[in-house]
Write a protein that binds this ligand. Structure first.
Ligand SMILES: Nc1nc2c(ncn2[C@@H]2O[C@H](COP(=O)(O)OP(=O)(O)OP(=O)(O)O)[C@@H](O)[C@H]2O)c(=O)[nH]1
Ligand SMILES: [Mg+2]
Length: 520
């Protein structure tokens, strides 16, 4: 069993609760607690979800910094694959009966696109990689929602917790031997904790449904913008001319469409970031090589109108008669597509001395990946403690619900009550308040909204109080002043809904003040 570090004080309290109760409950629930403990110690579980062929696996590769998830074709795109940190690279195929089979990587370092195992018997794939990014985040690649293949949809829905009612144990499931988790419990502890939701140009009605199902099933009941981030992928394929106000600029067009989609997806996600996964993948995984840079250089030497004609379509680009070898062009097309090729050529023309590394950087900048990464860090990392603890508490509550012994059930419920009264549980209230605000369920003036988001989604006191250079005394003074302000707003100025949020903000400031005063 892997021993990880806990995300923060609340996760620690929940872990202590599990350890304390474990000897007092039956073997089945004790096994459930063991699983909850294991998950609490693991990095945040981020599922990359979205419609079929929206570019999920491509983004997964970009985030991990290695081309390891198969894209395009092959049966593995129909399986859930969990990419997690390990000290050696290893692929395990987990069978539905619980058995595991170790699989070698394909010669190109990827997960083989065909397993050589009856896929109907496969539950999912666990890939252990040494990549440092995975120390903070387990990335889960999922088969596309909306794919025609019912089995892969079921796998994804199980992962996202979207099974609606509790599933009956499958006929071919092994007999329970008491210490094993039954299907209900397994499901209760298996859901993803956060989601990176990938959409392309048009959001369809069932995308909304899928997202709603995810949020309903995760962690805290009203989770949403707190643990979901959305990206508008394949921004390069948007015909800029068709978007009003874009002035023919692809990135501008993507931003306009992304904003429009954010309005559609609200309140499920706070906003939608445009991204070009393909460019991100090529830049971050080393797929873009100096040979590709050389190919771009050759292209940049072509006559302007020739190049313009070639860049009209992929067909023309590859079939046109010119000095740049067709195989070079095919490679470039695969790694950069037309938009990336154009961006690369432009970069060379405006700075002929640019190196292959400089071009890689240009491509990365053009991909929009850095903004996605920054968002993942601020949103997920800062809230990991609350998100993980909430998920764990939901699992514990589900385990209690499934318990046959009423005394056992009550013991667990009482312990949860006690825990929720502790100061560190305040985070859960904060997450809830953030959700109320970002979803628009509670309306506040813009400056107050900003203040709530600042206090709620940062871990650094100086950032929370918006006083980057202040000393401890000044910080404490500000915290106390804001605590007082929010308390009187809660009592006098606010509507009942606002008041609920205001009480949480008041307490957040109060706890900050207390912490500053105690010199922690
Ligand atoms: N032009 C362009 N193509 C992209 C982009 N991202 C991915 N693609 C291409 O889209 C195709 C599908 O990408 P995948 O990453 O396999 O998509 P997926 O969502 O994982 O697909 P499934 O797992 O089968 O649902 C591949 O050919 C990618 O190269 C992008 O940003 N721009
Ligand atoms: Mg895929």
């Amino acid at each position: 069993m892997e021993q990880g570090t806990l995300a923060g004080p609340l996760s620690t309290s929940v872990a202590n609760l599990c350890r304390r109760l474990q000897p007092q409950v039956g073997p089945r629930m004790a096994a459930g607690f063991a699983e909850v403990l294991r998950r609490l110690g693991a990095p945040l579980q981020v599922a990359v979800a979205g419609r079929i062929k929206s570019g999920k696996s491509t983004l997964v590769n970009a985030l991990i910094g290695r081309r390891v998830a198969p894209t395009d074709v092959g049966e593995c795109t129909r399986l859930v694959t969990r990419f997690q940190y390990g000290t050696v690279d290893r692929i395990e195929v987990v069978m539905r009966d619980g058995n595991k089979e170790v699989l070698p990587f394909a010669p190109d370092g990827m997960i083989p696109s065909t397993l050589g195992i009856d896929i109907g018997k496969v539950s999912h794939i666990e890939a252990y990689l040494t990549n440092a990014v995975l120390q903070d985040m387990t990335v889960i690649d999922t088969p596309g929602l909306g794919s025609l293949d019912a089995a892969s949809v079921r796998r994804t829905e199980n992962l996202l917790g979207n099974t609606g009612k509790h599933r009956k144990p499958d006929d071919d499931d092994d007999e329970l031997d008491g210490a094993e988790l039954d299907d209900v419990s397994k499901h209760a502890v298996a859901g993803a904790e956060a989601v990176l939701y990938v959409v392309t140009q048009s959001v369809r009605a069932d995308d909304q449904q899928a997202l709603a199902a995810f949020t309903a099933a995760t962690a805290s009941r009203d989770a949403g913008p707190v643990n979901a981030i959305a990206v508008l992928n394949k921004a390069d394929t948007i015909p800029a001319e068709s978007v009003q106000g874009a002035d023919g600029d692809v990135w501008k067009a993507a931003s306009i469409l992304a904003e429009r989609q954010a309005a559609t997806l609200k309140p499920k996600v706070a906003d939608v970031l445009p991204v070009i996964g393909l460019l991100a993948e090529s830049a971050e995984t080393g797929a873009f090589t100096s040979a590709d840079a050389e190919g771009l250089r050759q292209l940049s030497e072509l006559e302007d109108d020739v190049l313009e004609t070639m860049l009209l379509s992929a067909d023309v680009f590859t079939s046109w008669e010119c000095d740049v070898p067709a195989s070079t062009r095919m490679r470039l097309l695969e790694r950069l597509d037309l938009f990336g090729i154009r961006a690369g050529v432009q970069a060379i023309r405006s700075d002929p001395s640019i190196t292959a590394g400089g071009l890689r950087r240009t491509i990365l900048d053009a991909s929009g990946l850095e903004a996605v990464r920054a968002r993942l860090n601020t949103v997920f990392a800062a809230r990991a403690d609350g998100i993980k603890a909430a998920a764990a508490l939901a699992s514990i509550a589900a385990l209690a619900h499934a318990a046959e012994d009423p005394a056992e059930r009550n013991r667990v419920r009482d312990a949860i009550e006690v825990l929720l009264a502790k100061p560190e549980a305040h985070q859960l209230r904060v997450l809830e308040a953030l959700t109320l605000i970002t979803s628009g369920a509670v309306d506040l003036p813009p400056d107050l909204t900003e203040e709530v988001l600042r206090v709620g989604s940062n871990a650094d006191v100086r950032v929370q109080l918006d006083m980057p250079d202040a000393d401890r005394a000044a910080l404490a003074e500000r915290a106390l002043e804001r605590a007082g302000w929010w308390r009187s707003f809660a009592s006098f100025g606010a509507t009942p809904a606002q008041s609920r949020v205001a009480h949480v903000v008041h307490r957040a400031y109060f706890l900050i003040w207390q912490q500053l005063r105690e010199g922690k």
